[in-house]
Design a protein around this ligand. Sequence first.
Ligand code: ADP
Length: 557
Amino acid sequence: MEHRYRNMFGGVTAALWELDFGETRRMIEATFNAGVRDFRTFIEANTDFLRASMRSTIVVDVNDKTVELYGAPSKAALIGKDISRFWPDESLSVYADSLVAAVEAQPYMLAETELRTWSGDPLHVLHSVAWPTENKGKGTVLVGAIDLSAVRAAEGERRRSDARYRTIFQSTAIAFLEVDLLRARQGRHDGPIARNVTSADRENEGSGCPLDLADAVVTDVNDASVVLFGGSARGDLLGAFDHLWAPTVQAEFSAAIAACLRSDARFETETRLTTLDGREIDVILTAVAPPDAQAETVVIGLLDVTERSAARAALDRMRTEMAHAARVATLGELAASIAHEVNQPLAAIGANSAAASRWLKRADPDLDELRDISDAIGRDAERAGGIVGRIRAMAQKRDPERLPLRIDDVVREVAVFIHHELQAGTVTLDLDLACAQTEVLADHVQVQQVLVNLAVNAVQAMRQAMTINPRLKVTTAPTSVGVEVTVSDNGPGVDAEAAELLFESFFSTKEAGLGIGLAICRSIIESHGGNIEVARSTWGGAAFRFTLTHTGLACGA
Ligand code: ADP
């Protein structure tokens, strides 16, 4: 038994002390002999007694853990000494409890307390005293101490992080709602929340599976939530979803919770909700998944972006109007070319109808010839109609739309459109088109506008610089995300300094230039999810390169 006891004494992770308690026992007996009946009241008022008891309680043995935990130089330094240095005044009541436990013949006592190390540093322990039957008659007690500082630090950290969470939860401008899923888990047996959702479940579930939140409960909200939802107090928002919340809110919340449970991640979306007072608001909605699948609470964050959305819509409208204004301005610049373009088929129609009249005046008109003339008139009328149609499309004020288009077709249309402009400047046009099969999603008129702008700019730059043998080349090439279009010339080119500013509004080197053409080109291209830049062309002139995408969407649009 002695052997087993020694093994246990040395082997446990607790610091153990075997203490000679004999003198204290005698002191206690003396107090009873002196007539004290209520021992607890007596020692609570008598710290001298407690200190005297400590000074006379001598260490018989300690284990290695004691030396380590109390930071003592060695076992020998402890054995034979008293225990008073390890007990600070603020913990005397725990020492008193130990004595009371001994007097009341309790088998052991247990308490959390603060002790001191050998060098006087605080030591937070779980303190236990036992009177093992083996020790009976020896007058010794067994005292144990388990280090709680790590537990306490973790507890402190948890409390601090709780407090931080609460502070953020309560005092931020973002609306936060805690949704308790526990009842949903317990109440349902068919939904993904009813089962305890495991990571495997999360992976297996399809993305479109909505959660039935009928049993979920809003357990806490912050003040910002009350403002956002137009309630008058927090209580307005607490409780079950189904009778309080508009169906749109329920649907969005359940989708958000399902998504974040599925992906183990933070979920974010932009959506529109109905408030308690019936307003429609645009919000960014986030849901934070509980740290483990068994946790019950999901935190939903809502940021009202209604005003921002309105500002963005206003900006979009302004952009559309600017683009329109620029198109009309370009049409103005092209007026001579347009007149010429329309005039040509009209002149041909005039000439052909005169010829037809002449044929008809003959005694025996050649009907085949007349049919040919009539066909030619029809073709020219169609050509004139086509030109007028394109001008009308450019001059029209309309919202941009995304439709599948082949960039090569648009380049060819634009080539026809600026045909006269090129002719007037004796510019040779080269087309190197390799996107016959590639479709991008884009607004037809806007892409046309970009190409016309770049081409007209090039022609004007070459005219201004009096470039000999002016040349314009349009190249298209497919990319992994869409197409890349390059419009290059052999004009004066763009110096590095100007290249930085070119795409800014109101930068122009032309006398009557507005300087908005390239700014609008950039805004059009970027709103399609592409980008535009300028470089030096292989001829030493300017090369404007832009991209368009299959999706036709700007990031975050
Ligand atoms: P604007 O044509 O009214 O000046 P833009 O925004 O279309 O406005 O063009 C801004 C400036 O970019 C022009 O004034 C010109 O200096 C320069 N630029 C545009 N295209 C070319 C080009 N192909 N070669 C040289 N400079 C160019």
